[in-house]
Design a protein around this ligand. Sequence first.
Ligand code: MG
Length: 199
Amino acid sequence: MAEEKKTTEYPTLKCLRNFKPHESDIYTPKEMQELNIAMLAERGVTVEDIAKIAYDNQKKYLPDLKEKEMVDSVMEILTKREQFHAILLAVNVDFLAEQGVIMEPLRSILNHDLGLFGLDECIALGISGNYGQIGETNFGHLDVTKPGVISRLNDDPEHDNCFLDDVVGALAAVAAVRVAQNHAVAHPKVVRPHRGMAD
Ligand code: MG
């Protein structure tokens, strides 16, 4: 009698179920963008959700800002490898914690989104730090105010989003920084002289 072949089913996001990894582990910007969008969507986050936070973050400084510009900025940052790795890590850890297949005591810490656990913010700061200190302070502001989809993730009673709420905050923060920097270069403002400076 032929030996029955053992197969192990691992919990997997639907969008990654039949994914065949490249031997090099290197993915093109387009591949990373598509995977990022699919993973985020399956965890309840759209490009527009992130763009809305980034738009609201910048509209008071840039009166002629269009929402489409922020959507384009989010699409651009989703082509980058650092963001791809952070999203992969966030959705994997959150999803596996939710499925109960992470070892204790980490599983309970993630299930309860323990306030003293700060590695979710570390990942988010890793992404936002790539866009300078302004990226980090922008993320810090969104982490405290939790606008839009960030508080929806944070308060979601059915899903573990310990890592994802912070990664989404960081994505919005860096999308906003990109647009702010582009506007500053395109429309440089004249800086007023310091008080006490000679005429
Ligand atoms: Mg968190």
